[in-house]
Design a protein around this ligand. Structure first.
Ligand code: ZN
Ligand code: ZN
Ligand code: ZN
Ligand code: ZN
Ligand code: ZN
Length: 353
């Protein structure tokens, strides 16, 4: 059982968050400087072009003016791009980060709201546990929301994970532990913008409560797996979602299939997917790949039943050959040697043709 963080620990964690936000602020200041440099460079180019344009105008040179003009236009486009970047960077510098005290209050509030707040110094993760989640009678258990302090304001990462503590995953996908959680990632839907703002501002408690509210409500618009399909399985072949009692399991490849994509082997009577079924060329019955075999005499593919019952066509051919030979021997005794010399070659050749 986890104990709540002591006040000393709360202060320490608040300090970590404060440092993280401060380093983000320093990064946006560097960004502002870079954007400003680009604007200044563009302005230098335009100033030089203005002087050249002045000379051209005085001397009546029209040829160079065209070249100059396309360069001025290109610089103008770059400049307007740099100016909007400057504005963005300015806004993020102006945004005042929360004070250490405010962060500390946020943490205390989260601790009150969720009962316990936990900090894992090894992973740098701050976490809370939700009450057990139940959606339309489907019990999914409690979830732990883990917030990674180091990537709190990193736009390239989603800085939080949602971990099922008593996983009741969807039957068709073990990584989906909640209609809106797959591989510990939340699909926040409409709450995404609000969560993003709370993260930027370091409002930890708001992040936790917003994520929890997504977990406690079901949005039928955008689930990874819909509640109605929670216990259903998907057919590996065609993706059809079916109730559990309609699932056919292929013994050979170990996957689930729907009735349309599965069949039976006539020899072993096992359910097999169509991909693992062949048609025996002799009896023309569906046969699973493990019941297919080859005739040791002629190398034909055939099912085990046909082999056991000596139904391979090469046996009949042999009999006909024997009949022919007996007839030949009666009329021409010298043919016997010739026949035995050609015999092993002849039927195989016919079989292949
Ligand atoms: Zn299917
Ligand atoms: Zn199969
Ligand atoms: Zn079989
Ligand atoms: Zn057969
Ligand atoms: Zn054969």
């Amino acid at each position: 059982m986890r104990r709540p963080l002591t006040d000393k620990q709360l202060v320490r964690v608040a300090g970590r968050i404060h440092d993280q936000l401060a380093s983000t602020a320093a990064a946006s200041l560097a960004d502002l400087e870079a954007q400003l440099q680009q604007v200044a460079t563009g302005a230098d180019h335009l100033r030089a072009d203005r002087r050249k344009l002045h000379i051209c105008r005085q001397r009546g040179w029209m040829g160079p003016v065209r070249r100059l003009l396309s360069r001025i236009e290109r610089t103008g486009r770059e400049l307007s791009y740099a100016l909007s970047g400057l504005e963005r960077a300015g806004q993020s510098v102006r945004r005042r980060g929360p004070s250490l005290r405010e962060i500390h209050d946020e943490l205390r509030q989260a601790q009150d709201e969720f009962g316990t707040l936990h900090y894992d110094p090894r992973l740098g993760e701050l976490s809370v546990v939700t009450e057990p989640v139940e959606l339309d009678g489907l019990y999914l258990g409690p979830f732990e929301i883990r917030l990674q302090i180091q990537s709190l304001t990193d736009p390239r990462h989603v800085p939080y994970r949602v971990v099922a503590l008593e996983p009741h995953p969807a039957a068709c996908n073990a990584a989906v532990t909640h209609p809106h959680v797959s591989e510990e990632r939340l699909c926040p839907g409409d709450a995404g913008a609000a969560i993003g703002k709370a993260l930027d501002a370091g409002r930890v408690c708001d992040v936790f409560t917003l994520v929890r509210s997504v977990l406690l409500a079901y949005n039928p618009e955008s689930p990874y797996v819909a509640l109605d399909d929670w216990f259903g399985q998907t057919c590996y072949e065609c993706g059809y979602m079916m109730p559990p009692d309609k699932v056919r399991w292929c013994e050979l490849c170990g996957r689930d299939f729907c009735g349309e994509c599965a069949g039976y082997c006539h020899r072993c009577d096992e359910t097999t997917c169509l991909g693992c079924l062949r048609t025996c060329p002799v009896c023309e019955e569906p046969t699973c790949t493990s019941c297919m075999t080859v005739c040791p005499d002629c190398g034909r593919d055939l099912c085990g039943l046909c082999l056991e019952e000596n139904l391979c066509p090469c046996h009949e051919e042999e009999e006909t050959d024997d009949d022919d030979r007996t007839r030949d021997d009666a009329t021409n005794p010298a043919a016997e040697q010739e026949a035995s010399a050609t015999q092993p070659v002849q039927p195989a050749g016919e079989a292949r043709g």
